[in-house]
Design a protein around this ligand. Sequence first.
Ligand code: 3SL
Length: 246
Amino acid sequence: MKLYTYHTPERTPANELPVCAIAIDVLRATSTISAALNSGAEAIQAFSDMDTLMKVSDKWAPELRLRGGERGGAKVAGCDLGNSPLDCTPEVVKGKRLFISTTNGTRTLQRVQDAKIVLAAALVNRQAIVDYVLSQEPETVWMVGSGWEGDYSLEDTVCAGAIADSIITKLGVPLAEVAGNDELVGSIALYRQWKDNLLDLFYLASHGQRLVRLECFADLKFCATPDTLNIVPIQTSVGVLQALSH
Ligand code: 3SL
């Protein structure tokens, strides 16, 4: 197995795909996707633009759909939800399809949507993702961060490092055997430096600071806490993620 970290979708090699692609947007799209599926949402359907989201979701029964839209961290007018994982309680999402568009995370999902296996990961479901990857033994795994409008983000890269660190520990192999690129080694180093202070790292991060300005303190804490949700969001058709059924 070779593991690769890419800080943003723009940094992935053009015209290539791995066997398994893991989209990461810890703050907050993939944390929200994990929380919604964990609370019993039927599926998540991701869109990079709001107009298409509205058109496609219009065809869905109103009582079985929710629209989630975020731009600049704030909820898009006309949507039921913004992008807070804490809003995705069973009372709100159970049995419904969440049609969602966010600034960066949904673009990452779109970039890797043609890979054989597409997963959405955050720190909250890190362990579930690791266990699933180990059960499949894919030859190549890309962990693709979302960043912010093309730029690097600490929180996505530390999550890639957390996943890789756990895979390497469980496989019991030297780093050199699985490291596919320099970014992978850097992401593990970042995780090892901050693993006991992830919330502090999130407060340092530029998008963390943006969310602090929006007073999303509880979201930051939730998203910085690893392994709280035993859920594997997996793409079942292009753009649609569902909970892996065991
Ligand atoms: O960029 C994204 O996709 C979002 O997750 C950003 S926010 O955390 O909702 O502001």
